[in-house]
Design a protein around this ligand. Structure first.
Ligand code: 99T
Length: 209
């Protein structure tokens, strides 16, 4: 019998959902959550998601008492408060703010990559705005540059909110921008990612092929 008391609005293509799933894996709470898979985009929203989250976005997590949490930052914080082991989000001190800032940069990379995805996938070709796409891609490259600096010490030091965010962001780049060839430009980041992508939590949550 299922022991799940919570429901996660979910899609395997979403790197934001993946962060939540990796947190659940890493904290041993996977069996507490049932997955409700939904398909959605800004131009084809999902009614069940909108009924729960006015922003119409996933992940959203329904708790046992019916309360609804979104977005991924709020959900991973909640999950991190639900287990007894070492927190994946440092509770205080300078490390809290540094790890959350790295995690935020990973989200910013994802926001840029998702805007590119929606612009190129959902909008007709003749309406694509090249300067705007270039501006989003530049954000991605700058973020990768900062992660390259952080790879061998800060990211390698532990697999927490920062490292999980960066790992899921890199997985999404490989999924949606397979020709980017970021590994040549950022070799330390590539080496770090090759290692962490073998973790069971990462292997179990890969985007679709
Ligand atoms: O924007 C929409 O209407 C629907 N998009 C989403 O729900 C995406 C799915 S990733 N989720 C977010 O943008 C969540 C961002 C939020 N700040 C968070 O949870 O952290 C879809 C990826 C793909 O299909 O390529």
């Amino acid at each position: 019998m299922s022991t799940a008391t919570m429901t996660l609005f979910h899609n395997t293509a979403s790197p934001f959902v993946r962060k939540v799933l990796v947190f659940l894996h890493e904290t041993g709470q996977l069996d507490r959550v049932a997955l409700e898979t939904v398909a959605l985009s800004p131009t084809s929203p999902n009614a069940a998601v909108i009924a729960n989250n006015p922003a119409g976005k996933i992940p959203a997590l329904r708790l046992a008492d019916g309360a609804l949490l979104h977005d991924s930052r709020v959900i991973v914080d909640y999950i991190d408060h639900q287990h007894v082991g070492e927190p994946l989000i440092p509770r205080d001190g300078a490390s809290r703010w540094r790890r959350l800032t790295l995690a935020s940069l990973a989200d910013a990379l994802l926001d840029a990559a998702l805007l590119i995805r929606y612009e190129t996938f959902s909008r007709p070709q003749e309406k694509h705005w090249a300067d705007w796409l270039d501006g989003q891609q530049a954000k991605i490259i700058r973020a990768l540059g900062e992660f390259e600096e952080a790879a061998s010490a800060e990211l390698a030091s532990r697999f927490d909110v920062a490292s999980i965010g960066v790992a899921c962001a890199l997985g999404y780049l490989d999924f949606r921008q397979p020709n980017l060839a970021w590994r040549e430009q950022f070799p330390q980041l590539a080496a770090w990612y090759a290692e962490v992508s073998q973790r069971p939590s990462m292997l179990a949550t890969q985007p679709p092929v």
